[in-house]
Design a binder for this molecule. Structure first.
Ligand code: ADP
Ligand code: MG
Length: 249
């Protein structure tokens, strides 16, 4: 679905991404993982043209991403995006946040209501919370609103930047289970960012492990464990071992 050829990105002195090649398959969930600052969010924003690469090119469905203008807007409507932290407008209700783009595109009210009802069902979002502002929602509800907003136009692709960040363990567990079910039901191409390896293995068909603006290895968790391409892969996996619940001795 996405093909990156020699794509790099620099912000001032910071080389956020070194030139990299990457292929992200259609209809599958790919998880981008790696330490903070390794370029995960940058990579995601290159996929929907919010950022332009300094070198190389991004192909979407076989075509280079348009530079700008209507052609790029048309692509963006096929690529739902939930940014890190949700990115909800604080002065708009949950419902308004979700339906913003559909209203901008002048969807008829009945179609908007129907789509919203579908999404609330899909994400198990309570109707009574729809008219609340983001600041009046729980963390898990805010993430569900961000997910509904990304799905509103029924895109082919879903880009989710740490959709489960900053949630308490119980809420996180519920949302992980729900997300996996949603991905299975929808069968869309999903690219999701996390820094939790267990979550990556649970949600992803494939994992892309990054470090300092480079892709270290792409594969399943089994591939990474059994055939690490770099000592960093093994270190990263070992660093994610859970602590024992009881202190030894
Ligand atoms: P991650 O999502 O993996 O934590 P990012 O893609 O956000 O990493 O950032 C990668 C690097 O690029 C970091 O060093 C970050 O500080 C830098 N960076 C990202 N966005 C910007 C920006 N808009 N301006 C300047 N530096 C940026
Ligand atoms: Mg990030």
């Amino acid at each position: 679905m996405f093909l990156l050829e020699g794509v790099s990105k620099r912000f001032g002195a910071a080389q956020a991404l070194h030139p990299l090649d990457l292929s992200l398959p259609k209809g599958a969930t790919t998880v981008l993982i790696g330490p903070s600052g390794c370029g995960k969010s940058t990579l995601l924003r290159l996929l929907n043209g919010l950022l332009r690469p300094d070198t190389g090119r991004v192909l979407f469905d076989g075509q280079p991403l348009p530079e700008d203008g209507d052609a790029l807007l048309a692509v963006r409507q096929r690529v739902g995006y939930a940014l890190q932290g949700g990115g909800l407008f604080p002065h708009l209700t949950g419902a308004r946040n979700v339906t913003l783009m559909a209203r901008h595109l002048r969807w008829p009210e009945a179609r908007i209501r129907e789509r919203l009802a579908r999404l609330m069902d899909l994400t198990r979002f309570p109707a009574e919370a729809l008219e609340r502002l983001p600041g009046e929602l729980s963390g898990g509800q805010r993430q569900r609103v961000a997910l509904m907003r990304a799905l509103m136009l029924d895109p082919d692709v879903l880009l989710l930047d740490e959709p489960l960040g900053a949630l308490d363990p119980l809420v996180r567990h519920d949302l992980q289970t729900d997300l996996r079910g949603i991905f299975e039901r929808l069968g869309k191409t999903v690219v999701l960012v996390t820094h939790d390896l267990a979550e990556a293995a649970f949600l992803g068909d494939g994992i892309v492990l990054m470090r300092e603006g480079q892709v270290v290895q792409q594969g399943t968790l089994d591939d990474l464990e059994a055939r690490p391409k770099d000592p960093f892969v093994t270190r990263f996996i070992q660093a994610q071992r859970p602590l024992p619940l009881r202190r030894p001795g």
